[in-house]
Write a new protein. Structure first.
Length: 171
């Protein structure tokens, strides 16, 4: 059961294990399908044609590793006290997006990914690269979510349900 930190004014939403398994499979399938639909044909940084993309982390790996337990970090589900989704996520999937090639991820973000760059006040260049990573991550999420919720009536209903008040939910 997820921890409920009561830090957020959101009542916990808990479903049975069978329903949670069905929701997880459905969401995973729809997410993969949506990601394939919106997958670009080129790297968004260098513009080179690509057939596959690097699994780029929004936060540097060393930052995630420092807060991980057994290779996992807590998700927002843990903070709000729900079991609809996993309360933790593996480091390989935490805060990732796929819009840039491996070369760009390694070269463009090299200083950003280096632990030694953070021993001093962050340079404007590093702050700019943090902003680029955040923008790319949000772009990936919005493209995926648009593909997932925009065309599927059932998922539109789920999206509408999740935006209603707790007392309106039929769980």
């Amino acid at each position: 059961m997820p921890r409920n930190y009561n830090a957020l004014d959101i009542p916990p939403i808990v479903v049975g294990s069978e329903m949670r398994a069905k929701m997880g499979k459905f969401n995973s399938f729809e997410r993969r399908k949506a990601e394939q639909q919106v997958k670009p044909d080129h790297c968004l940084l260098c513009g080179e044609p690509q057939t596959s993309f690097c699994n780029s982390h929004t936060l540097p790996a060393f930052c995630l590793e420092s807060i991980a337990e057994n290779g996992h970090v807590l998700s927002t589900a843990d903070a709000i006290g729900t079991n609809i989704v996993e309360s933790s996520i593996g480091l390989n999937r935490a805060g990732t997006f796929r819009l840039v090639c491996r070369k760009c991820d390694n070269e463009f973000f090299k200083e950003y990914e280096s632990r030694s760059s953070y021993g001093r006040s962050p340079a404007q260049q590093i702050l700019g690269k943090i902003a680029v990573k955040c923008c790319l991550s949000e772009l990936a999420k919005s493209r995926r979510d648009s593909a997932m919720y925009g065309k599927n009536p059932l998922l539109q209903k789920v999206g509408n349900t999740l935006s209603c008040t707790y007392s309106e939910l039929d769980v």
